[in-house]
Design a protein around this ligand. Structure first.
Ligand SMILES: Nc1nc2c(ncn2[C@@H]2O[C@H](COP(=O)(O)OP(=O)(O)OP(=O)(O)O)[C@@H](O)[C@H]2O)c(=O)[nH]1
Ligand SMILES: C[S@@+](CC[C@H](N)C(=O)[O-])C[C@H]1O[C@@H](n2cnc3c(N)ncnc32)[C@H](O)[C@@H]1O
Ligand code: SF4
Ligand code: SF4
Length: 371
């Protein structure tokens, strides 16, 4: 894999380093630069570790020990952190995630405050859609730009098996309400599990195309709290394309990928010329995109995770709670930059290779990181 070019004036870096090779250059003007020359401009902020589903590929059946309320970033701390990211460190887009962000009672207020401070900032949400029907309009009114809803199947039995909760109808109603509220584009995320919903892929795509939603299939990653993932068991991007080929012809979308995890394909009914829409495939395992990674993550308790698979976390909360002067802001920003400078090259190590010898799965599940 190619490493992104190192900007002029940067020290030369070991191309295969798992840890920092040189001291971080510059002050705030270098933004969230890492040792491989990538600059994070896409901030992903987890609002809570709690969730009302128990997806097999993420949460254990019994749930997890939720964070105590005083350990969570408050709305004010969130607004301050986003302000630091946008005003000083070059953040250009914000994703609110979790856990399930809709379970946070002050979600609408948080979005309204962020929108008021940052009128032009794209603010998106990733949600499981449970409870969305009653909140979609308020989210849109507060200034949410768009959202992604995770829904792996249209079948009640498979939904129950996958998520261990019988809430499919709520999710469907949520997607409809989001569309009615004018939140667009709506993206649908689906993880396929062998023998449960892999046979539903083409049907889910047809359903999404019919309604103008952009469906993305996601390769399952080793981020489940049960540590049950195996490289052999997961469904690969290649298999996904084969599953879809029974009904559809896929061809690469000519639009630039621009650092996005999803590779987009144009979709046509098999053997016909008319364009129906697009589908995305997020192939984090078999076709990694770490060389173009532009992401910085903050967990619900204020820890920077420079990579989804980071084994190192850098806690901003003590500094955030020390004070709110410019001097304190400088310290928080600088600590965030240090954390990002140490970002590993790929998959939390010096090379891509989820599940390879040498790969260590983080203790945190996807829900506790912020997907
Ligand atoms: N390997 C890897 N996978 C990621 C990363 N961010 C997101 N993903 C995967 O992509 C899936 C979809 O993420 P979303 O939060 O819906 O959004 P997105 O695809 O990143 O962004 P948009 O297309 O702009 O909406 C997640 O569920 C993850 O499985 C990342 O930084 N690294
Ligand atoms: C962690 S969830 C958080 C937001 C919300 N609860 C939801 O499900 O959309 C974000 C995304 O991560 C995805 N995800 C969770 N565990 C995953 C795994 N092990 N591999 C790949 N994607 C995963 C989910 O499908 C979802 O689209
Ligand atoms: S993927 Fe989202 S909805 Fe499913 S358990 Fe994880 S956090 Fe909850
Ligand atoms: S695995 Fe890490 S480096 Fe690779 S794309 Fe995801 S967050 Fe970025």
């Amino acid at each position: 894999m190619e490493t992104a070019p190192v900007p002029l004036g940067m020290p030369e870096l070991r191309p295969d380093a798992a840890g920092p090779a040189a001291p971080r250059p510059g002050g705030h003007e270098t933004g969230l630069l890492d040792q491989f020359g990538r600059v994070a401009t896409d901030m992903r902020l987890s609002l809570t570790d709690k969730c009302n589903l128990r997806c097999q590929y993420c949460m254990p059946e019994a749930g997890l020990d939720w964070l105590k309320k005083d350990k969570l970033l408050t709305a004010e701390e969130i607004v301050r952190l986003v302000g630091l990211g946008v005003d000083r460190l070059g953040v250009r887009e914000l994703r609110l995630t979790g856990g399930e962000p809709l379970v946070r009672a002050d979600l609408v207020d948080i979005i309204a405050a962020l929108r008021s401070n940052h009128p032009e900032l794209p603010i998106s949400l990733t949600t499981n859609g449970v409870g969305l029907a009653g909140k979609a309009q308020a989210l849109a009114n507060a200034g949410l730009t768009r959202l992604n809803v995770s829904m792996d199947t249209l079948h009640h039995d498979a939904f129950l098996q996958l998520t261990r909760r019988p809430f499919l109808d709520q999710v469907l109603a949520g997607i409809e309400a989001a569309s009615a509220a004018g939140l667009a584009p709506i993206k649908i995320n689906a993880v396929l599990l062998r023998g449960i919903n892999d046979g539903h892929a083409a049907e889910l795509l047809q359903w999404s195309l019919d309604r103008g939603y952009e469906l993305r299939f996601i390769e399952q990653m080793p981020l489940d709290a049960d540590h049950g993932w195996t490289r052999e068991g997961m469904i690969t991007a290649e298999e996904i394309r084969a599953l879809l080929s029974t009904n559809f012809d896929l061809s690469p979308d000519p639009r630039a990928r621009d650092g996005a995890p999803a590779e987009r394909f144009e979709v046509r009914a098999a053997g016909t010329p008319g364009l129906l829409g697009t589908v995305g495939i997020i192939a984090s395992v078999t076709e990694p995109f770490c060389a173009d990674c532009r992401r910085t993550r903050i967990t619900a308790e204020g820890k920077v995770m420079s990579c989804l698979f980071s084994l190192t976390e850098v806690d901003l909360l003590p500094l955030l709670r020390t004070g709110s002067s410019t001097h304190d802001d400088d310290a928080v920003a600088s600590r965030w930059q240090d954390a990002m400078w140490a970002k590993p090259k790929a998959h939390g190590m010096g090379r891509p290779g989820l599940g390879d010898a040498g790969f260590v799965q983080p203790d945190r599940s996807m829900s506790a990181i912020g997907g």
